[in-house]
Ligand binder design. Sequence first.
Ligand code: 1GP
Length: 236
Amino acid sequence: MNILNSIKNNEKQLAVLIDPDKFLVENTASFIEKVNRSIATHIFVGGSIVDKHATEVLVIEIKKYTQLPIVLFPGDVSQITESADALLFLSLISGRNSEYLIGKHVKAVSKLKNTKLEVIPTGYILVESGKETAVEQVTKTMPMATENIQDIADTAKAGSLLGMKLIYLEAGSGAKVPVLETIIAKVKAVLQVPLIVGGGIRNLEQLEKAYSAGADLVVIGTAFEDDELFFDALQK
Ligand code: 1GP
């Protein structure tokens, strides 16, 4: 299966994000059963700070219970495991920290050698969301100001012109407010590649708003960590 091709324009797809640092492996079967019954189309695995082997252990466990594609969304090179189907090769193009623009990628090369992981170049854009997020702390970069919509759209466009196959608009895990619809719409309008939106989406209304504004794939993590009943609102 080609994972990039499974992330399509204008199809309202949903990725459930599982952070190995916050998730108990023994809960995998029951959690994934809920994912399977929901409208989720992808499972993303990753987090800002994760123990070295936790990602691999979790991915292997998840695979036992689902056919959905498992995509790594790593905060660090140590989270790369070939047990997954694909890897978002994220470049933090909203920031100017060279480690997160290209440095970690160079370090990843030796880990990627001889793996079958599908590597998907992804432009990652952190947008201001009302409180400091883990991405900000870990990467030591500032999010882009919400009033600079043109700047955000230009950054996304520049990423796609550099050959990035996906653009990810990120408010940050557990963000107070999701990325504004005006920003999603403006970015979508300049892109040909699919647009991923995540951070702070906690209910159906916010999910629908993100789709209506132009998100092709929405990523939700914290809302499921806080309350698995949210899956009930997302039944197929
Ligand atoms: C975080 O975009 C993802 O990187 C999802 O965010 O945990 O707030 O849903 P939440």
